[in-house]
Ligand binder design. Structure first.
Ligand code: TXA
Ligand code: MG
Length: 353
């Protein structure tokens, strides 16, 4: 067990002394959690195979699921990849820094462990002054999966990071809550048309308008547990974002959802379970239960995205046995929210008719 140093910094104008302490850890092969605009990442020098191996161990992450490599400058991509397609250049110019991860064919510089043995890597430039300052001071690309134990909801605050990784990592840069709350969109540019492997902070509709043609990987919008031997994105095949509690997602028309949620609630309470309900603002008055938590309005899906992971963690802290969650419209950030809810529930989906 190591001592995890907590470095509190301003999210807009971070104290450079603290950034340097964090960058020193990274340069020496250590592990530092840091905020991005999406969620907190757990960083290691992407070109240091030993450091990346430690990163997998700290997170208890399977070695065949590669992390995203973060860069502090568009120009740094060129050294990491074989070729940069014209489409990628346009996307980087328009969306970076920001919540869009691009898949490229990798160059030989990238260690096998960082790429999890694939011939591609995922790269993004985060839009957060703390992350960018850390990248600059570290002078290396930083491999950073979300800073949670494998399978848990991603951390949107330093407290969430510490709940999972205190004593397992060198430091966490604490700059408060993250703005977007769900991870970046992962876009595969090695296929034509480009394909979204994971819906996230950059909405499908925005990418479609920009690119003209973009596909959603069927597994990313699946309503059933994907049975796949070799998914193009390794992350697609693991249970993710999962609270300890059993979870059910109820999808359908908002008015019909409430009836269904309430009948499920009565069923589980009848069986002696402690039930938590995760709801949108519009339906808040329809429920009473041990714990009712509000995601935000269905008309403001960016608030719903921002609140999602923190609320899942709160239910666990309250030792809730069963979480019944309302589905939200799968548009804009709602698509990423639905992807996370379904995965978190292990595809335990009920349709309200
Ligand atoms: O917003 C984010 O993306 C956050 C912050 C920290 O940047 N990071 C993040 O990383 O969510 P992680 O490791 O938890 O998720 C990375 C996803 C996984 O689903 C992984 O399978 C996929 O990206 N991925 C990584 N490399 C890939 C590759 N070469 N091909 C396809 N998918 C890849
Ligand atoms: Mg993750």
């Amino acid at each position: 067990m190591k001592k995890t140093v907590v470095l509190r910094v301003d999210s807009g104008k971070p104290d450079m002394d603290k950034i340097r302490v964090a960058a020193d850890f990274i340069r020496k092969g250590g592990l530092v959690a840091f905020p991005t605009e999406t969620v907190y990442g757990l960083g290691a020098d992407a070109l240091n195979a030993r450091a990346v191996l430690t990163l997998f161990e700290a997170k208890k992450r399977p070695l065949d699921n590669p992390p995203i490599v973060h860069v502090g400058d568009v120009g740094h991509v060129y050294g990491l990849v074989e070729t940069v397609p014209a489409k990628a250049e346009e996307l980087m110019r328009h969306f970076w820094p920001g919540p869009l991860t691009l898949i490229f064919r990798r160059s030989q510089i990238v260690p096998n462990v960082t790429a999890a043995g694939l011939d591609t890597i995922a790269v993004r430039m985060p839009k957060h002054n703390v992350a960018l300052a850390l990248l600059k001071e570290s002078r290396c690309p930083i491999a950073a999966p979300s800073a949670n134990l494998a399978g848990k909801p991603s951390p949107t605050s330093a407290l969430h990071v510490l709940a999972d990784l205190n004593g397992r990592i060198d430091a966490v840069l604490d700059a408060g809550s993250t703005a977007i709350g769900v991870e970046s969109t992962v876009l595969d540019l090695t296929v034509d048309p480009p394909q979204i492997l994971r819906p996230g902070g950059a909405p499908y509709e925005t990418l479609r308008d920009f690119l003209g043609n973009v596909e959603l990987n069927p597994l990313a919008v699946s309503e059933v547990t994907p049975h796949i031997e070799k998914a193009r994105s390794p992350g697609l095949k693991y249970r993710h974002y999962a609270p300890v509690a059993e979870m059910i997602v109820v999808e359908g028309e908002p008015e019909k959802i409430a009836d269904k949620v309430n009948s499920l609630k009565r069923f589980y309470e009848g069986g002696g379970k402690k039930v938590g309900i995760l709801v949108t603002y519009e339906n808040l008055s329809c429920y009473s239960a041990e714990s009712v938590k509000c995601l935000g309005s269905r008309r403001d899906l960016s608030a719903v995205a921002r609140n999602l992971f923190g609320l899942l963690r709160e239910f666990d802290a309250e030792k809730i046995d069963v979480i019944i969650a309302e589905g939200v419209p799968p548009v804009g950030l709602g698509l990423a929210v639905m992807n996370r809810l379904r995965k978190a529930s292990g595809y335990n989906i009920v349709k309200a008719k």
